[in-house]
Ligand binder design. Structure first.
Ligand SMILES: [Zn+2]
Length: 306
């Protein structure tokens, strides 16, 4: 009798292992902002892995060998595109040898394709170290672009998993509705500061500034990806004093000490920001929690310096 029970359990386990109720889509997102939106859309229909840490520079992600194995088994890869990941992702994909994720394959989702990119140069030129050679790739931080990304991801999931499609569409609708309501609230919060100038360390706040009426066009880096030089910082300090700029944004992976030095010379406030859920305390809850944090902390800093 005992052995019969064991057999039965064994058979059951085999059945569960070989015939799952539904196979989850195996999804990889390059950065945590994309992962957050993918989670909203995919819910429990997907298994999700994020390659970059929220405190990591998305241009320079530590490409661990374990990523290769994960990429080899993935059904869908969601990337920002516009060369955001060009420094680390192509080599991993070459080694992963997964035809589902080849350029142009339905499993390869480059979210930049649906978005109106800014600062696109007429010719691609990386010769001077500019890591934004294909245009500014930090577009997801504008909620209107996050809306477009949600649709792109829902379309991609539907193409891979017909049975889950109704759920993906419903989730995308819900996320978009919440986003639209929150956008109106965020715009009201930042409305009193329309036209104000803000300094950023790296040119990753352009789309956020444009959406919320802030001018974020003065940077501690002389060019995207080129570390600050004393000559450049002296120019920035002069401009900040002339134009009465009192807020400096700095992301977790950049050199905060440089921002503090400039702040000390100009009387400005350093605001710790991130474009990735979890990058700064209080942003763990996902994309909407992240925007809540950003809008409120930037508004607070601008209000304090008025
Ligand atoms: Zn950048």
């Amino acid at each position: 009798m005992k052995s019969y029970t064991r057999l039965l359990i064994g058979a059951l386990l085999v059945a569960i292992g070989c015939q799952p109720v539904f196979a989850k889509l195996n999804v990889i997102a390059t950065t945590p902002d994309l992962a957050s939106i993918a989670k909203e859309i995919g819910g429990d229909h997907i298994d999700l892995l994020t390659l970059a840490k929220p405190t990591e520079d998305p241009h320079f992600v530590d490409a661990k060998p374990s990523f290769m194995v994960k990429l080899n088994r993935a059904d869908v890869l969601i990337e920002g595109g516009a060369e955001l990941e060009v420094g680390w992702l192509p080599a991993l994909l070459d080694q992963a040898r997964n035809s589902k994720l080849a350029q142009g394959a339905p499993g390869r989702v480059a979210c930049a394709q649906g978005v109106q990119l800014q600062e696109v140069p007429s010719t691609l030129d990386r010769s001077r170290g500019d890591i934004h050679a294909a245009g500014n790739p930090h577009y997801i931080i504008d909620p209107v672009n996050a809306r477009i990304v949600a649709k792109t991801i829902a379309d991609a999931f539907c193409a891979q998993d017909e049975k889950g499609c109704d759920a993906y569409r419903a989730n995308a609708k819900k996320f978009t509705e919440t986003l639209d309501a929150k956008l109106a609230e965020w715009q009201r919060t930042l409305a009193p500061f329309k036209g104000q100038q803000v300094v950023a360390y790296h040119n990753s706040w352009l789309y956020f500034g444009e959406r919320f009426g802030l001018k974020i066009d003065l940077f501690l880096e002389p060019k995207p990806g080129i570390p600050p030089t004393p000559t450049h910082l002296a120019e920035v300090i002069t401009k900040m004093k002339e134009d009465k700029v009192h807020v400096i944004l700095v992301d977790p992976y950049l050199d905060r000490r440089t921002a503090v030095t400039v702040a000390n010379r100009t009387g400005a406030t350093v605001v710790d920001v991130t474009q990735f859920p979890g990058g700064v305390k209080g942003t763990d809850g996902g994309y909407i929690a992240l925007l809540d944090y950003l809008v409120n902390s930037v508004a607070k800093a601008l209000a304090g310096t008025k």
